[in-house]
Design a protein around this ligand. Structure first.
Ligand SMILES: Nc1ncnc2c1ncn2[C@@H]1O[C@H](COP(=O)(O)OP(=O)(O)OP(=O)(O)O)[C@@H](O)[C@H]1O
Length: 233
């Protein structure tokens, strides 16, 4: 059994008379420690897949497994625990608490976890050891995203889910953030899933899942992914 399994997953929305299949029979797997890129155009269904995998949304039919657990059968209460303990989230716009320092933002997340990593150590690892007592407004976009990544990593989650993590950043900063995510995956054996519309990011992935109109159109295994630093787009 794979670490992540989507088995014929659908997500249907009823809009008056019209039914929209945001996910239309999606199946894929991912192994532990892989860097996975889910790529597709706007409206392809990427966020829908990420939200279902992250326990923020439920599927209409099909089965979603993480580490052998059938999360698609979880109750709302079980999903709260799943989001809290098993998943680290990284969003496009960082979602930091503005009146807490970088350190406090990371500590806030780790306080609610069973087996968190040390907040200061993780911030040092993402290159922010000298900015611990800065507030988000005193940090650049790239630095804020590093705090957000540290916050996700410090939870010591089974899976790191990243929704367009470079979407609000300039080219060089975006590359550095991708490199940080790639390093986190490789050094810590952390399974990382990134969703993006940017085809260029597929070169850094161990596994690429291409989706279009709610369906998987291609799955590519990449035996020699390039380093994010060497990426051009
Ligand atoms: N709550 C909802 N109600 C109705 N339709 C929805 C809802 N959420 C998503 N959809 C539809 O499902 C499809 C997939 O949306 P989704 O947000 O997953 O795409 P995406 O690939 O993440 O797009 P983007 O890159 O623009 O964020 C779209 O056609 C969208 O309009």
């Amino acid at each position: 059994m794979a670490f992540v399994e989507f088995q014929d997953v659908t997500k249907l929305y009823q809009m008056g008379e019209v039914q929209i299949a945001a996910a239309d029979g999606i199946s894929f797997t991912a192994e532990q420690g892989e860097f996975v890129v889910i790529v597709g155009h706007s409206g392809a269904g990427k966020t829908t897949v990420l939200n279902m995998l992250g326990g923020m949304d439920t599927c209409t039919s099909g089965t979603i497994l993480l580490d052998g657990k059938n999360i698609s059968s979880y109750t709302p209460r079980q999903l709260i625990e799943y989001r809290r303990y098993d998943i680290g989230f990284v969003f496009q716009f960082y979602n930091l608490v503005q009146n807490l320092t970088a350190l406090e933002n990371v500590e806030l997340a780790s306080q609610i976890c069973r087996d968190p990593l040390d907040a200061k150590t993780v911030l040092e690892e993402v290159g922010l050891g000298s900015r611990l007592s800065n507030f988000p407004a005193q940090l650049s976009g790239g630095e804020q995203q590093r705090v957000a990544i540290a916050r996700a990593i410090a939870k010591n989650p089974k899976l790191l889910l990243c929704d367009e993590p470079t979407g609000a950043l300039d080219y060089q900063t975006g590359k550095a953030i991708l490199q940080l995510l790639q390093d986190t995956c490789k050094k810590n054996g952390q399974t990382v899933i990134v969703i993006t519309h940017n085809q260029a990011f597929t070169a850094i992935a161990d596994r690429v899942i291409k989706i279009k109109s709610g369906k998987v159109v291609d799955i590519i295994l990449n035996p020699n992914p390039v380093s994010a630093e060497g990426l051009e787009w």
